[in-house]
Write a protein of this length. Structure first.
Length: 336
């Protein structure tokens, strides 16, 4: 076994393959890794320090903020507040982008994040993740972000589970690093991951089924029917954290769904386009998977507003193609 490949080494070696690179994106990714370690250490002692629980505030979508949502957001905002790498950041937890001043005014990048995805898992020591997306700065205004996901320069997530993982893509494959706590470094564990074309699990909150469309309902019923030649029935695997579920799907295949839900007034579903859907779609596509609303490729969509949501199905190509058929109303008919 050779020397372990640290995240920094991997990023710097990747940078050398792009002679025009300035090194700024590399620094930015390394800073995200440091932010991830800081958030991981806050999570590790949250029960002891009594930093679990509600912050007593709501985010712009009217959702309860936990103290650790706010803390993770603050850590990420601080992370880019020096060195002129990032012009502004936008966060699921902030109504407006946070603009950096001074040498950052003309910085090349904007960073978007969901600081702690899966907040309902915070108080029960469940899986959580920080999702990030890096985009080029154009005018330095919010309009820079109201653009398709294909414009992301890099994206990924830091997963807080039994191990802390850093998963990212900058467009040449998706790579996985695990934090070795004994040395405080992320080490490469999987380069250029490829997900299975078809899996055996599906992740969806079936408690919300009453508000789904007929297509969504029949698709999930289809996954549960027994039919060995087509690999069914699927097993339910839903954690309450999209990033945790998508990470499982990267390894095992399958599908995560968050459909439009008419019963709770979520006509566009719950998942935010910029902070969750675009970055996870970028990673999943790089691993051979797909992300779709049922009628459109997620990465092709541009939001009208910063906090727009979309219905999403993300996972293996076999599952997403079938989902699109059900959305068109032809899934059941084709099966005869
Ligand atoms: P929170 O971070 O606000 O808990 O939202 C997490 C999330 O966006 C996604 O990660 C989950 O899969 C989904 O929402 C859970 O939503 P439900 O509680 O409606 O199932």
């Amino acid at each position: 076994m050779g020397a372990p490949v640290t995240l920094d080494r991997f990023i710097l070696e990747g940078q050398r393959a792009h002679p025009a690179a300035t090194g700024e994106l590399s620094l930015l990714l390394m800073r995200l890794a440091v932010a991830g370690k800081r958030i991981a250490s806050e999570l590790a002692v949250a029960d002891i320090r009594r930093t679990h629980g509600s912050a007593g505030t709501e985010n712009v979508q009217g959702e309860e903020q936990k103290k650790l949502d706010v803390r993770a957001n603050d850590i990420l905002v601080e992370t880019f507040d020096y060195g002129g790498l990032v012009s502004f950041v936008a966060s699921e937890e902030l109504e407006e982008p946070h603009v950096y001043r001074g040498d950052a005014t003309n910085a090349r990048y904007a960073v978007l994040f969901d600081p702690l995805d899966g907040s309902s898992n915070i108080d029960v020591n469940g899986t959580l993740g920080t999702i990030f997306s890096i985009r080029p700065r154009r005018d330095g205004t919010e309009a820079d972000l109201l653009r398709p996901g294909t414009e992301q320069v890099a994206a990924g997530y830091i997963l807080f589970g039994p191990a802390v993982l850093f998963v990212y893509t900058s467009g040449d494959g998706a790579h996985v690093f695990a934090l070795d706590p004994s040395i405080g470094e992320f080490l490469l564990v999987r380069r250029g991951i490829r997900m299975p074309r078809q899996g055996r699990g599906y992740a969806v909150n079936e408690g919300r089924r009453a508000g789904w469309s007929d297509g969504d309902r029949s698709y999930v019923e289809y996954l549960k029917q027994r039919d060995e030649p087509t690999g069914r029935p699927y097993s339910t695997r839903y954690s309450g954290s999209m990033v945790g579920d998508v990470h499982r799907i990267l390894g095992e295949g399958g599908v995560y769904l968050y459909p439009a839900d008419a019963s709770s007034g979520r006509a566009s579903g719950k998942i935010r386009l910029l902070y969750e859907s675009h970055p996870l779609a970028f990673v999943v596509e790089q691993a051979g998977g797909r992300a779709s609303t049922g009628t459109a490729r997620v990465l092709d969509l541009a939001p009208k507003k910063l906090h727009d949501r979309i219905p999403i199905a993300i996972g293996g190509p076999v599952e997403i193609e079938m989902y699109e058929r059900f959305t068109r109303g032809v899934g059941a008919a084709e099966r005869g």
